[in-house]
Design a protein around this ligand. Structure first.
Ligand code: GDP
Ligand code: PGA
Ligand code: MN
Ligand code: MN
Length: 622
């Protein structure tokens, strides 16, 4: 970082720093000298700190205290700051080739020059918080430490929910453990006497990862995925680069524990793109008798080989940052039970007249009156009491990417193993996306290589979780398109290598699922949510070899009668339609996959090119 030539003492002193670690102190001083905050506060994650910060944010008008839920708050963001900004996200590797075809890249020195200009004085009039945190348990063999510097109180309280925030992280840093520098600013300095806005941010946004340095620079946004730097930036983009170097996997996956009626336990990990069903699957209530689901994680899994040769997964997060719309007592009762307990921060949902939150899909009927996510009156009819059309008419009351942020420890079905730094041995990995056509309800890969091919060619319709068009089909490899911290072809090769180095019997079996296939009328072919337990049951029975499957060109799908549809109320034709593998649809998919591999370029491993070639042969293309 280019230093601004100002004596330290002149900007900010070291008083009150809860550490004498020279590297940490030097970095804090360096950032303060550049960004020029009015004061520095070291966060410790205490309840007193939470109380002080939430009080302060209520006074500032950034959050509203909910009357109907204990210790819970609603934040309404600036409408320009509601989602991850993929076009403003950069992997600034030293060598451009290391960022690959799927990432934005800029020379790190040039990026630092540009951002140093933006950071210059960017915290004037604000408080700079130093937030020490750990991703995953503190007692991991190598704890994954970080320090986020931010000028956003909203970020500090969100980081308290989402990470293990506290002085213990500083102690481990002082003991010599490595840590990630994560710098964040809203980019909204205040002149003396200038009134603040409820949601400060900047039209210019940069979300930047420096993979070699293991550093993160974020500017201009207060939104979760852009600003809570422990989450996507560290635990996926930076961690994926660490994982490549060290032989493990950092993935966009939920982790769940499944217990069968015979008390057999299996741990399953599943990668679906943002807003494609991870949180729901991780917390689901099975509809089939005797099956039990417990939650370990809903967004990120770090997987390492154990001494026994199996792949073990840990959830690095401490909270849930879930999509609100669609979450209700009918679809995800365990999420509802988690947030009922309070201590939660909601963003861009609607406010009810009795001081509670509401969003589309929470209940069948909306309340008669709401304040929508833009702070406007909202009614189901779009009319006010006098029959005049409201400005909010025709828009959803909650933003489609509105979120609940809540401690995972409040989840009533959290598995005991959550706290275990060793993690849980994974039996099956699911890849999945949102496809109206083509992709069957469930397919099993022949082996690890074909499973990696399924993941590498995964496709899904875009969602509101990122800015840009919604509903456009794109390739989203392993649901990691926005999160791979290096070249995508090298990432595929890493997945292949992980499989090569392992005992095939001990590797997780790989499946591809699609809950979102539609019928001719546009309705979902499969009811989803708790009924997905039927698919999980077939998957578990495939692991022990008891369920029947038929081979198709793309992999194994349930044989007629093999999927437990007892009491589901679907016709045989409907189930066949959900499971169908259409040669025509797959023939149309081939050129898209070829184009995708073309786009990634020479680094696509030959194993995957061979998989594509044999798929073409099986489809009768030569
Ligand atoms: P995540 O972002 O991957 O964690 O996705 P969520 O679990 O939060 O789900 C995103 C959206 O998809 C929500 O609106 C859910 O209600 C919806 N959803 C989740 N699972 C299913 C399913 O099995 N079927 C259907 N039709 N919708 C689902
Ligand atoms: P999601 O997490 O996967 O639950 O949507 C947030 C994101 O990916 O932006
Ligand atoms: Mn995610
Ligand atoms: Mn989620």
């Amino acid at each position: 970082m280019t230093l601004v030539d100002t004596p330290l003492e002149e900007s900010i002193g070291r008083q009150g720093a809860p550490t004498s670690d020279p590297a940490l102190l030097a970095w804090v001083a360096e950032v303060a000298a550049l960004t020029r905050p009015d004061r520095i506060v070291w966060a410790n994650g205490s309840d007193a700190e939470w109380k002080a910060l939430t009080d302060q944010l209520v006074d500032a008008g950034t959050i509203t205290r909910l009357q109907a839920k204990p210790d819970s708050f609603l934040a309404l963001s600036d409408p320009i700051d509601v989602a991850r900004v993929e076009d403003r996200t950069f992997i600034c590797s030293v060598d451009e080739a290391d960022a690959g075809a799927t990432n934005n890249w800029m020379d790190p020195a040039l990026m630092k020059q540009i951002m140093t200009g933006l950071y210059d004085g960017c915290m004037r009039g604000r408080t700079m918080y130093v937030v020490p945190f750990c991703m995953g348990p503190f007692d991991a063999p190598v704890p994954k430490l970080g320090v986020e510097i931010t000028d956003s109180e909203y970020v500090v309280i969100s980081m308290k929910i989402m990470t293990r925030l506290g002085h213990k992280a500083i102690e481990l840093i002082e003991a010599g453990q490595p840590w990630v520098k994560a710098l964040h600013s809203l980019g909204a300095p205040l002149r003396p006497g200038q009134a603040d806005v409820a949601w400060p941010c900047n039209e210019t946004k940069y979300i930047v990862q420096f993979p070699e340095e293991r550093a993160i620079w974020s500017f201009g946004s207060g939104y979760g995925g852009n600003a809570l730097l422990g989450k996507k930036c560290y635990s996926l983009r930076i961690a994926s680069a660490m994982a490549r170097d060290e032989g493990w996997l950092a993935e966009h996956m939920l982790i769940m524990k499944l217990t069968s009626p015979e008390q057999q336990v299996h741990y399953v990990a599943a990668a679906f793109p943002s807003a494609c069903g991870k949180t729901n699957l991780a917390m689901m209530e099975p509809t089939i008798p005797g099956w039990k689901v417990e939650t370990l994680g809903d967004d990120i899994a770090w997987m390492t080989f154990g001494k026994d040769g199996r792949l073990y997964a840990v959830n690095p997060e401490y909270g849930l940052f879930g999509v609100a719309p669609g979450t209700g007592w009918a679809t995800n009762p365990n999420a509802m039970r988690t947030i009922e307990q309070g201590h939660s921060l909601f963003t861009n949902v609607a406010l009810t007249d009795d001081g509670d939150v509401w969003w589309e899909g929470m209940t069948d009927e909306p309340p008669a009156h709401l304040i929508d996510w833009r702070g406007r009156d909202w009614t189901p009819s779009g009319l006010d009491a006098d029959g005049n059309t409201l400005a909010s008419a025709g828009s959803p009351a909650a933003h489609p990417n509105s979120r609940f942020c809540t401690p995972i420890t409040q989840c009533p079905i959290l598995a005991d193993e959550y706290a275990d730094s060793v993690g849980v041995p994974i039996s099956a990995i699911l890849f999945g996306g949102r496809r109206k056509t083509t992709v069957p309800l469930v397919t099993q890969s022949r082996d690890w290589q074909q499973g990696v091919f399924m993941g590498a060619t995964l496709s899904s319709e875009t969602t509101a979780a990122a800015t840009g068009a919604v509903g456009v089909v794109r390739r989203d490899p392993m649901a990691m398109l926005p999160f791979i911290g290096y070249d995508a072809g090298d990432y595929f090769a890493h997945w292949i290598d992980v499989g090569k180095g392992a005992d095939a019997d001990k590797l997780p079996k790989i499946f591809y699922v699609n809950w979102f296939r539609r019928d001719a009328d546009g309705g979902f072919l499969w009811p989803g949510f708790g009924e997905n337990s039927r698919v999980l049951k077939w998957i578990v029975e495939r692991l022990d070899g008891s369920a029947a499957a038929v081979e198709t060109p793309i992999g194994h799908v349930p044989a007629p009668g093999a999927l437990d549809v007892d009491g589901l109320g679907l016709t045989v034709e409907q189930i066949e339609a959900a499971l169908a593998v259409s040669p025509e649809e797959w023939a149309a998919e081939i050129p898209l996959i070829e184009e995708w591999f073309e786009h990634i370029g020479d680094t696509v491993p030959s194993t995957l090119r061979d998989e594509l070639q044999s798929l073409k042969l099986r489809l009768g293309q030569g």
